[in-house]
Design a protein around this ligand. Structure first.
Ligand code: PLP
Length: 389
């Protein structure tokens, strides 16, 4: 029996373009071939033990078992305020400049819900995290793509945004250290964004998923440390990647109190907040010792260097990124993003992501994720050397 049709908004989301690649991966696995996936960015290491211990204790307390509030626990908000002061030199008022989010993805999607009407525009980095474009479409708005230009350090050219798009824009999504390019924020770019947002009355949403995952002594700033940032923007800080907590769904939105108020008001109609035990564990994560993060970053840096030298051996030159868990590299001549990903799968049984997955400006690139155990990365780069060199 036919059921109701999905909404036009949902049908508008472009169909998944990489079914062919997925089909071939499944086929290889079914044939018993040992496929190594360097596609998805999901930390392979467990959550740090001190966070697991905090969660175990929190979940044993029945006081955490009831509906949480969307505003969040005071200790959660204070822990974020303390962390932002220590780590970024940013002052956050725990009373009205931070509330929990059920992951950055939820937060970005619901900011679209809270700020976009049909006809509105969201300015979205291209290539970029898919919810920057899917979120606006699912609310009847459109995403205006901002190509990230390699010659500008993978920053968009704000002066190239059309006056029409600028006039309709309510949100701009930026993200540094950047997924998928691995770029860190170019000098002066956050300041440019603040000026642009002020001029066009746009809310800046800085997706901060990777500030704690950096290498070679680079320390990533918070967008909120930029003068004037709190007047025009918010930052979404996720614990997923830096603390190996992707499954836990713990994040927070910080910054402009009016924007946070709107998000909060929307959320009271959508979900019932972040499980209090998770809030306690998230607060503990931010107050933990630095060693687990330092060791994790040393591990990623080691893997990164392995991948960069293997790519050099097959004729692909990349500069080692200073942050994120990704290597973003140009495909060899004669390939598209998809044809190269298919070739790597066929020849080496290694999965890499076609850059075009992240937007049209990703065409001509591929992304390798460093979230596989060392010996699997070693095996993958060995195979790439042997079969593609
Ligand atoms: C992984 C990732 C996220 C997801 O964060 P969650 O808190 O797990 O939802 C958001 N943005 C970017 C750029 C990411 O790479």
């Amino acid at each position: 029996m036919p059921i109701a049709e999905p909404s036009k908004r949902l049908q508008q989301i472009p169909p998944y373009m990489f079914q062919e690649l997925e089909r071939r991966i499944a086929e290889k696995k079914a044939a018993g071939i040992d496929v190594i996936s360097l596609g998805i960015g999901d930390p392979d290491q467990p959550t740090y033990p001190y966070i697991v211990a905090a969660m175990q204790k929190a979940v044993e307390d029945p006081a955490t078992h009831q509906y949480p509030s969307n505003r969040g626990r005071e200790d959660f908000r204070e822990s974020f305020a303390g962390f932002y002061a220590r780590r970024f030199g940013v002052e956050i008022d725990p009373a009205n400049e931070v509330i929990p989010a059920i992951g950055a993805k939820e937060c970005i999607y619901n900011l679209c819900n809270a700020f976009l009407d049909p006809g509105d525009v969201a300015l979205a980095s291209d290539p970029g995290y898919p919810v920057y474009t899917g979120g606006p479409l699912l609310h009847g708005a459109t995403a205006e793509l901002l190509p990230l230009l390699p010659e500008k350090g993978f920053a968009p050219d704000l002066a190239a945004i059309s006056p029409e798009a600028a006039a309709k824009a309510k949100l701009i999504f930026i993200n540094y250290p950047n997924n998928p390019t691995g770029a860190v924020v170019p000098e002066g770019f956050f300041e440019e964004v603040v000026a642009y947002a002020r001029e066009h009355e746009i809310l800046v949403v800085h997706d901060n998923a990777y500030s704690e995952t950096t290498y070679d002594g680079y320390v990533a700033p918070s967008f909120l440390a930029t003068p004037g940032a709190k007047e025009v923007g918010v930052e979404v800080f996720s614990l997923s990647k830096g603390y190996n907590m992707t499954g836990w769904r713990v994040a927070a939105i910080l910054g402009n109190p009016d924007a946070i108020q709107s998000y909060w008001r929307l959320k009271t109609n959508v979900d019932s907040g972040l499980f209090e035990a998770l809030q306690i564990a998230g607060a503990a994560a931010l107050q933990g010792p630095p060693e687990p993060l330092t060791e994790m970053n040393a591990t990623y840096a080691r893997r990164r260097d392995l991948v960069v030298s293997a790519l050099a051996a097959i004729g692909v030159d990349v500069t080692a990124p200073k942050g994120t868990i990704y290597i973003w590299a140009p495909v060899p001549a004669g390939h598209t993003s998809t044809s190269f990903a298919e070739t790597v799968l066929e020849e080496a049984a290694v999965v890499v992501s076609p850059g075009s997955m992240y937007g049209p400006s990703g065409e001509g690139f591929f992304r390798i994720s460093l979230t596989a155990p060392d010996e699997r990365i070693e095996e993958a780069v060995e195979r790439m050397r042997a079969h593609l060199a």
